[in-house]
Every structure is written in C-alpha cells, then in structure tokens.
Design a protein around this ligand. Structure first.
Ligand SMILES: [Ca+2]
Length: 474
C-alpha cells in the first residue's frame, strides 16, 4: 500500500505561482510514502546538484579520509530516502519473515574492558542500549545484512529498494546546506538536531574524546526521529547510528561518478563507506562529509543503515523481480476487487460493464500510461465465470487470449500467469497477512501443460486461493 502524507511544503506552495514538480508515481518533493506496514517511511527527494565533500581550506577537514577536494554532483532524478534509520522493529520483521541470521560478534563497549569484539553481542543484544526497543535504530548489522534487508524489501513490495549511494547520502543529508552540519557549523549546537556524543553520554561512558558541549537527553542510542529533521524532512542524518552506503571507500572524491550513482569496483571491495556519525563518535566525526571506511562484514553497536528506493514501479533492482503481468482469477467478484485494490494498492478500472464499470479508489502503483485490467474468462468444465486482473509494467497490454491455452481447470480458483517472481508474490502476501497454506513448489506440468510454480494461500477471510506461475507461453 502506498500511503501519502501531506506534503509539508504544501501551505507555501498553495500561494506560489510555481507549479509543484511531479515525479514518477505522481509524487512531489517532501511526500512521504510507505509501501507496507513494516516498511520504512520514505521521503521523496527532488533532483538537484551540490558540491560533495569539504573544501580543503575548511577549518574542519580530514584529507586522510578523502573528504576533500570537493566535486560537483548532479542528481538528475527524484528518489525516495528513509525518513529515519531502519528501526529494530523493521529489521525484526525481515528476520522473522526470512530467517536471516546476522552473525554474532559485534563491537560494543564494556565498562570493564572498553571497546571489544564481543562474540555474544548481536543485533538483538548490543550492550548499548541496555534494553533495545522496536523504535530504536537497528545496530550491530553489517553491510551484508543491510544489503539483504533492502533486497527483501524489494521482493515483498516489487519496488526498487537499495542502499543510498554515498553521493545520494550526502546530497540528502545536506538538503541544500553547505555547512559542515546541516544546522550550521557548531558541534555544540548538535543537541537539538542529533544524538551525538554529548555531556549526557560523557557522564555514562568514559570515551577518550571530548563530547559536544550540550545535552541531547540520551547517553547512548536513541529511538529514531527524536530530534529536529533536516530541511528535506530526514531525521538523524547526523548522529545516532552510522549508515552504510553502497559505495566502496576511496581516499578521494576525484574520479567518482558525477551523476549520483555509487562508486564501486568491478572486483567488489572489502570496505564500504559509512556516513553521518553516531551516538558515541566524537563531534568532529559527526559531520555530513566525514566518511567512515568499514569492512563489509563488520558489526558495530552504533552501525545501522537507511534505505533508498527508486520512484516508479518495475520490481526490485538486481533481483529479477519485475512483475510483468499478473492475473488473478476468482469466481468471487467482490473478493477479487477487495483483494487487488486493498491488498496490492492498485487502482483498477473494471472495463467490462458486466462488473459495473467501477473504478476503485486508492493509489495506482503502475507507471503513468500503464494499465491494470480486470478480465473475465469462463473456464472449461462448467464452473462459473471468473474475473482476473491483468497488469502491465509498461509493455503493451496483452489480452488474456494470448494465454488461452493455459486457462485454468475447473475447480481452480485462481491462476497467476507470468509472474516473474512467484516467491516475491508469496512474500508480499505474507506481509499482507495472508496465511500461506503451502509454499510455492515446482509443477510437473502434467495438469496445466506448462512448467511453473504453484502454491496455496488463504485470504484473511479464509478463502482458499491457488497461485501459479507459468514459465512458458505468452
Ligand atoms: Ca544516523
């Protein structure tokens, strides 16, 4: 489901002569979207350009980390960025759904031995905070864990979720500002904007560096979103947890892609850039431009991440999860309407007058110009007429007659045709609260004359539905 919150800039724009730029999915800068109940909320970020890094003449600049000289980056596309860091509760939903097990061993603080790689510490038990809540930012997760999480989000939503590139991260963090911190220059003003190492932290933790000379109310990790957002409406872009980015770390910005894409090596890399500082880091590292350089499998109590997502539909990038067409058949018209409009977030026009010509309310997750159609077919064997939904991702709409040879057998209540990733569909259904009766399994093709996958689910009202992917035909 796509939830659109009020654009925060709307009251101003109402009195402005300038038109509000509209991006894919009909979204504007500042819109907040959420693709599923457990998905992170996202803020739509406009295209733009900025100078990445820190001027070499700046008072605070760390050339050993490659934060200078500056390079100009032009981001020619709007995209969506996690409003907050990924939370413990959101990561828990991923672990529950997938069984993904982040490794134990996390770098934490101990009053007895200081910083140490604790083999008993993990994302569930990070020592700091002593008792983790769902609203806390997730921590003790590696770059690999973060990549697995965004891949899963892509699968269950069929949206292109990913980590931010380092350039996108800095662009989003700056939000049009050019100062070392998005509130200005002074680390001593951090406490209304960010959870950094402060006087509250210094009372509890004897770290060997100076705190910011203010009190933010948290000695260690904070729940997300406790401080003022930056001008883009993003929270904790400085402080709380460090955020993994897609990029390989490099000792300079010279040579990096100028279009906002991630800078990575064909051979892969062992160190990725982390950004934004953290609750225990020194004030000079809690700056927009200061990059961490950390091993992909490293876990640290103050290391988490934030997600990004491309606008527009088309499946998860790199996962082969594009849903090109999907067809749902059920003999229950009302169930079908409710299932697709409520559960999948589609707006569907019932083109067949027999079904009332009704356009359902709600959001349309297909690109402009794409269509989703309910179609009717009469299966062999005397069962009653069925209706289905045929959607398109931008390819020309293909009528159901194309798959006439694959019509369902009598007694089958539903057929999904040419869903590119039936497993992604199952994950999506799980998130919707649909009970999975049987996981997708490969068919022999004996009964359907095709090779594919099938599984059975129950809708929330208990109706049994068979799902099937057809690999051939069409
Ligand atoms: Ca952060």
């Amino acid at each position: 489901m796509t939830i659109r919150a009020l654009n925060l800039a709307l009251p101003v724009l109402l009195f402005s002569a300038a038109a509000v730029a509209q991006y894919d999915e009909g979204l504007s800068a500042g819109d907040v979207i959420q693709d599923c109940e457990d998905c992170p909320e996202l803020v739509v970020i406009p295209p733009g350009e900025f100078m990445m890094g820190t001027p070499i003449s700046a008072r605070e600049v760390d050339l050993t980390r490659g934060e200078g000289p500056q390079v100009k980056i032009t981001i020619g596309y709007a995209f969506a960025v996690g409003k907050t860091e990924v939370t413990h509760g959101q990561f828990k939903a991923f672990v529950d759904a997938t069984g993904h097990e982040p490794d134990s061993l996390c770098r934490v603080w101990s009053d007895e031995i200081g910083f140490n790689n604790d083999p008993e510490a993990n994302w569930l038990n990070r020592r700091q905070p002593k008792r983790v809540r769902d609203e806390h930012a997730v921590g003790c997760v590696s770059w690999n864990d973060a990549k697995a999480y965004v891949a899963w989000l892509g699968q269950i939503t069929n949206m292109r979720y990913r980590l931010l590139s380092e350039a996108e991260w800095e662009y989003a963090a700056r939000a049009g500002t050019t100062t070392p911190r998005f509130w200005g220059s002074s680390p001593g003003e951090a406490c209304q904007w960010a959870n950094t190492f402060d006087l509250d932290g210094a009372e509890e933790y004897p770290f060997p560096w100076f705190p910011a000379t203010c009190r933010d109310g948290f000695a260690d990790l904070a729940p997300v979103g406790q401080f003022k957002p930056n001008p883009f409406g993003l929270y904790d872009m400085i402080g709380n947890v460090w955020e993994w980015t897609e990029d390989c770390w490099a000792a300079t910005h010279i040579g990096r892609p100028a279009d906002g894409s991630a800078w990575t090596w064909e051979t892969g890399c062992t160190r990725h850039t982390t950004r934004g500082g953290g609750w225990l880091s020194a004030p000079e590292r809690n700056r927009i431009a200061w990059p961490g350089r950390d091993p992909s499998d490293m876990r640290n109590t103050q290391f988490g991440f934030r997600v990004a997502r491309d606008l527009g539909t088309g499946g998860s990038a790199g996962e082969g999860g594009n849903i090109r067409r999907m067809t749902l058949f059920t003999s229950d018209v009302e169930l079908s309407k409710a299932f697709w409009s409520d559960a999948m977030g589609y707006t569907v026009t019932f083109e067949d007058a027999a079904f009332g010509g009704v356009e359902t309310a709600g959001s349309l997750n297909l690109d402009e110009g794409n269509r989703a159609h309910f179609v009717m077919m009469t299966p062999a064997g005397g069962a009653g007429p069925m209706i289905g939904l045929l959607g398109s991702d931008g390819d020309e709409f293909e009528p159901i007659e194309r798959v006439g040879a694959q019509r369902p057998q009598a007694g089958e209540s539903l057929l999904v045709v040419k869903v590119a990733d039936i497993f992604a569909t199952f994950e999506k259904l799980k998130v919707m609260g649909v009970r999975i009766a049987s996981e997708p399994l490969r068919l022999s093709g004996q009964q359907t004359s095709v090779v594919g996958y099938e599984g059975t689910v129950y809708t929330p009202d208990g109706t049994r539905i068979n799902l099937q992917q057809i690999e051939s035909g069409g």
